[in-house]
Design a protein around this ligand. Structure first.
Ligand code: BG6
Length: 491
């Protein structure tokens, strides 16, 4: 595979995302030969570090996360690292520009003479800094025709703020140069979903409302939000997980076959799905959505008592750490098929999966059968399972039993399964935006989310409490139960 020559400039380069995800992913890319010897990684922060300080920090904090036994490779990687102290002129939470930034001259000096290589500005910083960063980097003359910009989530907190950010970034970079990250799109099983659907003939004829009863998309986490309340109080599960990750999974599950495996063809089909989502507004919000917040349970503190948190505010009491939604797609293929979305913190198990529940056979000649079910698991282990009915061995009465036809990627393929960020960073370096969200996609997703947020914000009810370590509030069970359905793991 190709080795890329680029200057990768990471704004927020000493932050949590950079240390936990980006740098380990870049190390693996380096190890797999995808970074040319000249490629440099330039972290920007306000931290006042020099290159040596930063290399020492990465050595201390990142080295443990990557495989041991490659000291030469690690040294080569660390030598690519640079640090420049930059302060963008954003001081104000309301996004009005503060005094102009500083540090751009030092960055310009480092980049000078390398205008012919790809230049990637990776913004791993809060979204209110995106616009200012872009303006200042452009004013410093650092945006070349071969530049790209990568935007981390969250992209705004509602449609209007997302449009504002998109306008600001769009004033400096062309849409073709803008890479909006949703790291779920980099997960192996998510990409495999497209291969499963469009490189196999047997699924597509039954992939519709004639054969499918409903779809469940779950991202359950065992972690809580310790130390993250500052962010999470203003986010909540709907903004943090549904607007982006779960809706992307829904798009890939529901989209029409694109004509080509190409960036625009795939994204065109995804945006059509988002535009076909039936709006959930006003009084319907209570019927089709559930909110929960974890309270103390199983030896774990509740959301409001997480260590390192500030005293709870009214906002903290209202924020959802769990949500379940019954979505519908209004088009020919999916009319009448509910898509149940669910995500939560402090659930009993970490599992992310898409469950496609088929309808029962039209006429059963055996007692006790169960409808087929296809499970695409993203986490904890990538895999695909098709639950089929089989006869239990025995000479007596015929007894049916559901058994899985099961594919474990870990067992079937020997290659290391890369982390989502490795795939996505490789695509950024290659200039391939297929697995990144286009502006219209992000905005269509917010357009569907906004009325739900609005109804929740004006609701007199608080989220339903659920004890930490349990599968969310009772309301989530009822959401399916009232039509005689149940969540996958409850059977
Ligand atoms: C992030 C959210 O986007 O995704 C986090 O901000 C969440 O709250 C994380 O924990 C989950 O990612 P993954 O890859 O662990 O499922």
């Amino acid at each position: 595979s190709a080795a890329y020559t680029a200057d990768l400039v990471v704004f927020g380069g000493t932050g949590d995302l950079s240390m936990r995800k980006l740098l380990p992913a870049l190390y693996h890319s380096d190890r797999d030969g995808r970074l040319s010897p000249e490629t440099r990684i330039i972290a920007l922060s306000r931290g006042g570090l020099d290159d040596e300080d930063f290399r020492g920090k990465v050595d201390a904090e990142v080295r443990d996360q990557v495989p041991a036994g490659d000291p030469a490779g690690w040294r080569r990687f660390v030598n690519r690292l640079h640090h420049v102290t930059v302060d963008v002129g954003v001081q104000n939470a309301d996004d009005t520009a503060g005094p102009g930034g500083s540090g751009w001259d030092a960055l310009a000096a480092l980049l000078a003479g390398h205008e012919d290589r790809d230049r990637v500005f990776y913004l791993a910083s809060p979204p209110r800094t995106f616009g200012t960063f872009c303006r200042e980097v452009a004013a410093a003359g650092l945006v070349t025709p071969r530049s790209r910009v990568v935007l981390e989530k969250p992209l705004g907190h509602d449609l209007a703020s997302a449009q504002h950010i998109n306008d600001e970034v769009g004033a400096i970079f062309d849409e073709q140069q803008i890479f909006r990250i949703d790291h779920y799109l980099g997960k192996e099983t998510v990409q495999n979903l497209l291969v499963l659907r469009f490189a196999n003939a047997f699924l597509e004829p039954i992939w519709n409302s004639l054969w499918i009863d409903h779809v469940q998309i779950t991202a359950a986490e065992t972690v809580g939000t310790p130390g993250r309340r500052g962010y999470y109080d203003h986010a909540g599960a709907l903004r943090d997980m549904v607007q982006n990750h779960l809706l992307q999974l829904l798009c890939l599950t529901a989209m029409e076959p694109p004509a080509r495996n190409d960036r625009e063809a795939i994204r065109d089909e995804k945006v059509k799905v988002l535009q076909s989502l039936r709006p959930i507004t006003g009084g319907e919000v209570d019927r089709f959505t559930v909110r929960g917040q974890y309270v103390e349970g199983d030896g774990m503190p509740g959301y409001l008592d997480e260590p390192g948190s500030t005293p709870p505010t009214e906002e903290s009491c209202r924020v959802e750490t769990f949500t379940a939604i019954r979505a519908e797609i209004r088009n020919w293929r999916w009319a009448g098929v509910p898509f149940y979305l669910r995500t939560g913190k402090r659930m009993p198990r970490r599992v992310s999966e898409i469950v496609v529940q088929f309808k029962d056979v039209p006429h059963s000649i055996f007692p006790g059968g169960m409808p087929n079910r296809l499970v695409l698991r993203l986490q904890p282990e990538d895999g695909i399972e098709l639950h089929i009915m089989a006869k239990e061995p025995g000479a007596g009465e015929v007894t049916l039993k559901p058994v899985p036809l099961s594919l474990s990627f870990g067992k079937t393929f020997t290659a290391r399964v890369p982390e989502a960020y490795e795939r996505l960073l490789t695509d950024v370096l290659a200039g391939n935006p297929t697995l990144f969200m286009r502006r219209d996609e992000v905005e269509a997703a917010w357009r569907w989310i906004d009325p739900i947020l609005a109804a929740w914000e004006t609701s007199t009810e608080l989220p339903e409490p659920y004890p930490a370590g349990t599968a969310g509030p009772e309301g989530a069970r009822e959401l399916l139960g009232r039509s005689g359905r149940s969540w996958h793991e409850e059977e």
